[in-house]
Design a protein around this ligand. Sequence first.
Ligand code: DGL
Length: 265
Amino acid sequence: MGPIGVFDSGYGGLTVLRELVNTLPQYDYLYLGDNARAPYGTRSFETVYQYTLECVRFLFDKGCHLVILACNTASAKALRNIQQLDLPQLAPDRRVLGVIRPTTEVMGEFTQNNHIGIFATAGTVASESYLVEMEKFFPAVKVHQVACPMWVPLIENSEANSNGADYFVQKYVEQLLQQDPQIDAVLLGCTHYPLLISKIRQFLPAHIRIITQGEIVAQSLVDYLHRHPEIEVHCAKNAQRTFYTTDATDTFDRQSAVFFGETVL
Ligand code: DGL
């Protein structure tokens, strides 16, 4: 028995963990933020894969049988390799899941007119993972994406609500609407972006729905654990939460109060 591992390059995954804990409070969770090497969004495929694999190994060493990559960039660039190449030899009885698949399984339900936009990191956009998955689940939906490389640094540096953030929020919103003015739903395709939601709301036309991933991933985990009792049986249920960071813990403690909604130890 071990905790469910939740991984992100930094703090963003805490917005997902918050929903996992709300929905499935009985389980133990172990969060790992690779803050020392964040952001991942502008790094190469090879680098994101190598960093993510190291973090997954760490979570396995800590007893996790199930690991969720609560990071779109890692899900886009590392998940498939880890599942297909590494898991069979590293830990054939353990599982690593991402956030892109569960999101695309339901994303088409948020649009009335089949025009959806995605804000994501440069890495996620370039991978085209969302386009490929949406084609499978909702082929009729037109999807446009914009890379927002300045958003994660703004959020990680506690500038999400500052006047300085306005420029880059407005800029990327305009870029998306120029690509497709008919968009009526927008996915925040990076787990950091919910921290910027009030600014995004401010610049996005009021009729456009904003989709965040926390609840979607939580519902998908409920379903997964139900369908996979052989994995569920290894998930400890003492309602314990443990947090690890690859960087300074004092900064992590301060920032996690914002991302997770409560102080962590
Ligand atoms: N939070 C991560 C994501 O969902 C990536 C942020 C980053 O490290 O660039 O893509």
